[in-house]
Design a protein around this ligand. Structure first.
Ligand code: FES
Ligand code: FES
Length: 201
């Protein structure tokens, strides 16, 4: 629900990770800035602030969006999921776990966006939505690396961690497709790093 506020702000009700928030916002406020600056949800990162890097990716009604390009008021009435909302309590989302298992990050700055994007990409695959590399758009897309690379191509990693990101997403893809479980980590994980819940600001 959105209506004009008394101070020329826009009264906006956002549902983020299942929690309802009432905010009065400058109507130009992006969803990314509302998340980070008003709600202290700093998992979503500001990389380019112009829709080119994917660091700010969140899910809106299950679809991935660049939150730097979406006005917060436009998200009123939708369910927004950020990286902080993916885990089930202490149980990581399968994509988060796969990133840990496959050591799919270095500095971790792009990681929350990569993870949210992967969750959205796997949902697109499960729904049979074609991508630019799907050979036959009338057929079900194949669960293969080419589809992952194409669907994740909007998420840049300045550390160049792609060599591990693709296997991580494929491991989560195998789980989603009912395939083999991913290989266990070589070393026990020393706790959940900040990249998994976006705690690094
Ligand atoms: S910060 Fe949104 S795409 Fe780069
Ligand atoms: S892990 Fe550093 S930017 Fe991707």
């Amino acid at each position: 629900m959105t209506r004009p506020g008394p101070d020329r702000g826009v009264h906006t009700v956002l549902t983020i990770n299942g929690t309802r928030h009432e905010l009065t916002l400058d109507p130009r406020t992006t969803l990314l800035d509302a998340l980070r600056e008003r709600l202290d949800l700093t998992g979503s990162k500001k990389g380019c602030d112009r829709g080119q890097c994917g660091a700010c990716t969140v899910l809106v009604d299950g679809r991935r969006v660049n939150s730097c390009l979406l006005l917060a008021a436009s998200a009123a009435g939708s369910e927004v999921t950020t990286v902080e909302g993916l885990a089930d309590g202490d149980r990581l989302h399968p994509v988060q776990q796969a990133f840990l298992d496959h050591d799919a990050f270095q500095c971790g700055y792009c990681t929350p966006g990569q993870i949210c994007s992967a969750v959205g990409a796997l949902a697109e695959l499960a729904e049979g939505r074609p991508s630019a590399v799907t050979p036959d758009v009338a057929a079900e897309p194949r669960w293969e690396a080419a589809e992952i690379r194409e669907r994740m191509s909007g998420n840049l990693c300045r550390c160049g961690a792609y060599a591990h990101i693709v296997p991580a997403v494929m491991a989560a893809m195998d789980r989603s497709a009912g395939g083999a479980e991913p290989a266990p980590p070589a070393e026990p994980s020393p706790g959940v790093p900040a990249q998994m819940d976006g705690a690094n600001r």
